[in-house]
Design a protein around this ligand. Structure first.
Ligand SMILES: NC(=O)c1ccc[n+]([C@@H]2O[C@H](COP(=O)([O-])OP(=O)(O)OC[C@H]3O[C@@H](n4cnc5c(N)ncnc54)[C@H](OP(=O)(O)O)[C@@H]3O)[C@@H](O)[C@H]2O)c1
Length: 240
């Protein structure tokens, strides 16, 4: 294994596109060993990169993906959770429980499965979790009450997780982005120009900008940061 022998290991859940794919590039560039996990096989293969297909809504598939990483590298220092989705806007009275369940499975069940599969390893490594929540966890976006509620639940879940991890020295934090330039923006029911006008900086964020903050929170330089939500919104909140 040579030069990678002592490199830290990150498990990225939701790594095939968007923010998760940017995390794969940024962590690999920072000399971490990266397990890139998504339902679509992430297209990565190198000494320090392991692409694993898994649906993180499945407890069994999540456990098997974690076992593959432990077999290969024997440790997990950080877990990044980006898996999630936002569905087409529907008025709150017509969402229906099937839709609520789909959103909660994508945004929250994936996180819960990932934590339950890695809690022991991350605690042993005095490592860190970083979850991608959303400004929607506290701001109202019409037609996506399920998404806003799922992200609020995720953020509070991570605060509880941070409290339970703290005894081991391990940490857990969320990042709440405003609009980021990924496939989700391409599918959104608003234009890029409209989205840009919501941010004081006059542009949407890039996946790499989010990934660089993920790297900081995952690493020991953020060793005293836990149970916190980092807002990355291009100044959206200062516009009111
Ligand atoms: N883009 C934004 O404007 C924005 C803003 C705020 C928050 N966020 C949040 O940031 C996170 C990432 O967003 P993004 O824009 O990068 O989304 P994206 O481009 O749609 O990427 C989502 C990633 O998650 C994976 N994924 C989804 N469900 C999964 C599952 N059940 N099991 C395994 N992997 C799964 C997808 O891969 P597969 O489909 O191959 O499984 C993909 O790699 C999401 O939680 C989103 O809510 C995004």
């Amino acid at each position: 294994m040579g030069e990678w022998n002592n490199a830290q290991v990150v498990f990225i859940g939701g790594a095939s596109r968007g923010i998760g794919a940017a995390c794969t590039r940024v962590f690999a560039g920072a000399k971490w060993r990266v397990a890139a996990v998504a339902r679509t096989q992430p297209n990565v293969a190198a000494e320090n990169l392991l692409g694993l297909p898994a649906d993180l809504r499945s407890n069994d598939q999540t456990q098997k993906a974690v076992a593959r990483v432990m077999d290969r590298w024997g440790r997990i220092d950080a877990v990044v959770h980006t898996a999630g989705t936002i569905l087409n806007p529907v008025p709150v009275a017509g969402l229906g429980w099937d839709r609520w369940a789909r959103t909660f499975e994508a945004c929250l069940q994936t996180a819960v499965n990932l934590v339950e599969a890695t809690f022991t390893e991350v605690s042993a490594a005095r490592g860190a979790y970083v979850f991608i929540s959303s400004v929607g966890s506290r701001k109202v976006y019409p037609g996506v009450a399920d998404y806003c509620a799922a992200k609020a639940a995720l953020t509070q879940y991570v605060r509880c997780l941070a409290s339970e991890l703290a005894g081991s020295g391990a940490r857990a934090n969320t990042i709440s982005p405003a609009v980021v330039d990924t496939d989700l923006l391409a599918k959104a029911p608003f234009s890029r120009e409209e989205a840009e006008s919501w941010h004081a900086l006059g542009r949407v964020g890039s996946p790499e900008e989010i990934a660089h903050m993920v790297l900081v929170l995952a690493g020991e330089r953020a060793g005293w940061v836990t149970g916190t939500d980092v807002t990355m919104d291009g100044g959206m909140s200062v516009l009111g």
